[in-house]
Design a protein around this ligand. Structure first.
Ligand code: DQA
Length: 161
């Protein structure tokens, strides 16, 4: 089960600067993300908020709510929310950062992400595909973490006293 979080102003996709963020609305994007997830065998829950505290609380409670990983696009909080950075650092799940636009090709203040160092990695500038790539990565990662119950039992003979 994967939690996909979108932060400030991302509910305005489709209306907001379409030359930067494209014409797709947030409900359309979320529907696509859920569909990609189910093709990959994941149940995906999408949430968006313009309230920083709500985002922090979703990060805090993700593990206890049964999620295995978080994909997050925090919007502008990316660039200055030390509270979000601390929330990510203080929980146990792998977190992947996604940005629709190439933040490095834009205004100077967008070049730095305060969460990048506490995330597993970042997918930047690839539009909606970035969420798909993040899910694909998580599929491989979570598959590898699964215990392999098909392994033969340990064959080493017990040591004689
Ligand atoms: C964004 C980039 C941020 O700089 C900006 O504030 C956003 C969206 C992106 O997805 O490209 O709101 O995170």
């Amino acid at each position: 089960m994967i939690l996909v979080l979108n932060g400030a102003n991302l509910n305005r996709l489709g209306i907001r600067e379409p030359s930067v963020y494209g014409a797709q609305t947030l409900p359309e994007l979320e529907q696509q993300i859920v569909a990609w997830g189910s093709e990959m065998g994941f149940a995906v829950t999408c949430q968006q908020t313009n309230f920083e505290g709500a985002l922090l609380e979703w990060v805090h409670t993700a593990a206890e709510n049964g999620f295995q990983a978080i994909v997050i696009n925090p919007g502008a909080w990316t660039h200055y929310s030390y509270a979000l950075r601390d929330a990510i650092a203080g929980q146990s799940l792998p977190v992947l950062e996604v940005h629709l636009s190439n933040i490095h090709a834009r205004e100077e203040f967008r070049h730095h992400s305060v969460i990048a160092a506490v995330c597993v990695g970042s997918v930047i500038g690839l539009g909606a595909q970035g969420y798909k790539l993040a899910l694909e990565y998580l599929k491989t990662r979570l598959e590898l973490e699964k215990p392999d119950y098909t392994d033969p039992p340990n064959q080493i003979a017990p040591r004689m006293a």
